[in-house]
Ligand binder design. Structure first.
Ligand SMILES: [Zn+2]
Length: 93
């Protein structure tokens, strides 16, 4: 899928249509001591089953890609509609 690098879009903060630059959402690195990780570590120390079942059946092939729109006026970022596509390309129009 091809997506424009710049779009004219409504900004809720400015309350008008402004130019937005588009980028892809990227998951940040997981912190080593977040709550879920601490819980898993505690569970793995003791007796009992593995804390989380390992997922094996993948029904969906493609992961969701979320475009992020950044307003050129106020600099606020807005999330767009996500797409399940194999390829997500940003290109100049
Ligand atoms: Zn704005």
């Amino acid at each position: 899928m091809k997506f424009p690098k710049e779009v004219n879009r409504y900004c809720p903060t400015c309350r008008k249509h402004t130019k937005h630059s588009v980028s892809k959402y990227k998951a940040s690195k997981e912190r080593a001591l977040n709550h879920g990780r601490r819980r898993v570590n505690r569970k793995k120390k003791g007796y009992g089953s593995f804390p989380k079942e390992i997922f094996k059946k993948n029904a969906k092939i493609n992961k969701k890609t979320v475009p992020i729109f950044e307003c050129s006026d106020c600099g606020k970022k807005h999330y767009g509609k996500s797409y399940r596509v194999k390829k997500f390309e940003l290109q100049q129009v």
